[in-house]
Design a protein around this ligand. Sequence first.
Ligand code: B12
Ligand code: SF4
Ligand code: SF4
Length: 386
Amino acid sequence: MDARKNRIVARAHEIGFDLVGITDAAPFVHAQHVFHARVEAGLLGQWSYGSDAVRQRCTPTQTLDGARSIVCTATSYLTEDTPHDPHAPGLRGAVSRYAWGRDYHRVLRERLEELASFIRFEQPDARCVACVDTGPLVDRAAAVRAGIGWFGKNGNVLTRDFGSYVFLAELITDLELEPDVPLRKYCGSCAVCVERCPTGAISADGAVDARRCISDAMQLKGPIPRHLRKAIGNRVWGCDDCQTTCPVNVRKSTTASGRGDPSFRPLPHAGPSVDLPAMLHMTKSEFRGWFGPTAMAWRGKAVLQRNAAVALGNSRDRAAVPHLVAALADRKPLVRGHAAWALGELGGEDARAALTLLLESEPDAFVREEATLALRSAEASARAVA
Ligand code: B12
Ligand code: SF4
Ligand code: SF4
């Protein structure tokens, strides 16, 4: 290893990155081809990247003129906390592991900036651009070419030491650094995630259809498609099913230190599970205080309230009914409409009465449609019981 690379890698580990690999800045030709094909097939759903955006994400020199290398990192977010069962009855909702601590965009950007400062201290004329998630780079393709891990059929990059519970982040730089070699590893005949994905979103050749993915549905701006709502269970953000079932993730260590990264430990209000009625009725300042520091806040308050309403509809707990009835008066049609759906799922006389009352005065077409269908479903279950 060249001495400069050695020092950068050592410093990156000190800063808190668990895995570090280097690749050159050549275009990601195969990834661009795969990416294009998926956009064409509509598999990216709401992430409607145009051809220019796809090309830029796969061409590092478009982001940094004169780029020569990419320092790729992976940081484990696995902590020892137990996830909440997304199908447990009751008034608590499951948060995906990646979202229950501090927002990884902020944490990793701070670390990348620290690494860039170190590089500039060593080489004052070096230029660096930090990329994490929303940055203009295909994070997974870069990590794979830098030897950090391999593509799993569930779409995630799998790593030998930390499994797939890693965040990916990169520094594109004009420094010439010796590239690492990609790993020669594949899923082989395993297809556990393909079989266990609750919505059948993963194809046998390892392409994720975002339109059927629960993680995607929770981030939609508008209504959650009806056919996905039951499979969501009590989840309010993200979905980990294709990771918890993956054999590569069994008994994986938590960070290089083995103690779990303190930044990704559960925050008080956004831990492995949240109080669903509290989320459904939160004020703006509660939203900012509870979820602002996490990666769950970027779509805004109404989206989380909508998710909480769906989770309560799947709670199999009649204690949810009064909370949902109260949410029928929410200012946002998105919240009212999903609360109506949830009441239809729980049924009962009180739910039917509230839906009937809502239909007498509701002006919004989407909410009216949801309430009409919900009332029908609640009436059908009442008939079935009688
Ligand atoms: C949009 C997005 C999503 C969307 C769409 C995901 C998708 N599958 O495309 C949704 C909301 C569904 C999503 C969900 C999740 N995401 Co996301 N997401 C992104 C984001 C912002 C862009 C991904 C993208 O460009 N997709 C387009 C597709 C075409 O590209 P790709 O996913 O990189 O896939 C490449 C491979 O298919 C590759 N490829 C090339 N050759 C080959 C060969 C083989 C055999 C295979 C299989 C693939 C392959 O080509 C593609 C292009 O590079 C990235 C961050 C980033 N900048 O890359 C995070 C990112 C991929 N997400 C991440 C995470 C953690 C998740 C979730 C696990 C969160 C959760 N628990 O709910 C889920 C997992 C869902 C899943 N099974 O994919 C991490 C993944 C970390 C890792 N270990 O891989 C990333 C990298 C964010 C980060 N910086 O850490 N995500
Ligand atoms: S995140 Fe959930 S819904 Fe999406 S592909 Fe994985 S298991 Fe399927
Ligand atoms: S469950 Fe099996 S097929 Fe899916 S990513 Fe893990 S090893 Fe690959």
